[in-house]
Design a protein. Structure first.
Length: 271
């Protein structure tokens, strides 16, 4: 997942947090290069004071959350005694009082922090806490999938990149159904089968069995195609592509298109 997709995942999680908790202000950021963190997304803010704010480990509520790798909250930020106060200016400019910070943790490493805040000095209730934790888990899942995709796409040491192999595979999957000669079509699909297992990355989803069309659709999705583009390439209707994709996702135990591609590659269904 690119930085743009990371940002989209963070933004979506913050929007869900705001809707699910009723908090008037939510914001958050992800660590860049595993070190520095800046507030990259805000929702409900009335000033630009928080956006772009650099958060240091151990400083303020978010820095404490980074350091301890656990949720932290204060009922009245300006007077809180168990945090440092480097960020009192931006917090006061936005008029925040009660604040919660929840870490985004992937494989025991903190990768970011989500915040929710009230403009009144009121305790953070259990419903708000649960919503904040759930939003952080959404981001964690998105980052974990991104990491897995990058791992699977890394070329073997000393070998060629898999990207060209996968591109050729996708083109063959699109071409095979259009070949009228059954013998030649069977040979093309046999080549596809060899490419599917060429990486040796199998065993991710035991017993999975996708139909040829489900595999065709997943191959197109893996190349970055939208449903409409995949439909054009495969000579199908967009609704039909959606149906095949939903079926493949169900078999693979995936909740998103990206998860389905990752699961298919781990199972050896895609190269």
């Amino acid at each position: 997942m690119s930085e743009q997709r990371e940002t989209a995942a963070l933004r979506a999680a913050l929007l869900r947090l705001r809707r699910g908790s009723g908090l008037p202000v939510v914001f958050g950021g992800l660590l860049q290069d595993g070190r520095a963190m800046r507030i990259g997304e805000t929702c409900g803010a009335v000033t630009p004071a928080l956006h772009g704010l650099a958060i240091s480990t151990g400083s303020g509520l978010g820095g404490k959350c980074l350091a301890l790798s656990r949720p932290c909250a204060v009922t009245d930020y300006p007077s809180a005694r168990h945090i440092t106060h480097e960020y009192d200016g931006p917090v006061a400019a936005e008029g925040l009082r009660s604040v919660i910070a929840v870490p985004v943790v992937v494989r025991r490493k903190v990768r970011g922090v989500l915040y929710g805040a009230l403009r009144d000095a009121l305790p953070i209730g259990e419903r708000v806490f649960d919503a904040a934790v759930a939003a952080a888990r959404d981001v964690e899942q998105a980052l974990a999938v991104r990491d897995e995709v990058e791992r699977l796409e890394a070329p073997p040491a000393g070998g060629p990149s898999w990207e060209e192999v996968r591109q050729a595979y996708g083109e063959l999957r699109e071409l095979a159904p259009r070949v009228p000669d059954p013998e030649l079509r069977a040979r093309l699909l046999a080549v596809c089968g060899r490419l599917e297992t060429a990486s040796g990355r199998t065993g991710g989803v035991p017993g999975v069995a996708l139909t040829p069309r489900e595999t065709d659709v997943l191959a197109a999705v893996a190349s970055g195609a939208t449903n409409a583009t995949a439909a054009t390439r495969l000579g199908l209707r967009p609704e039909t592509v959606k149906g095949y994709l939903r079926s493949a996702m169900r078999k693979l135990g995936a909740h998103t298109r990206l998860e389905a591609v990752v699961a298919a590659r781990r199972a050896g269904v895609l190269p």
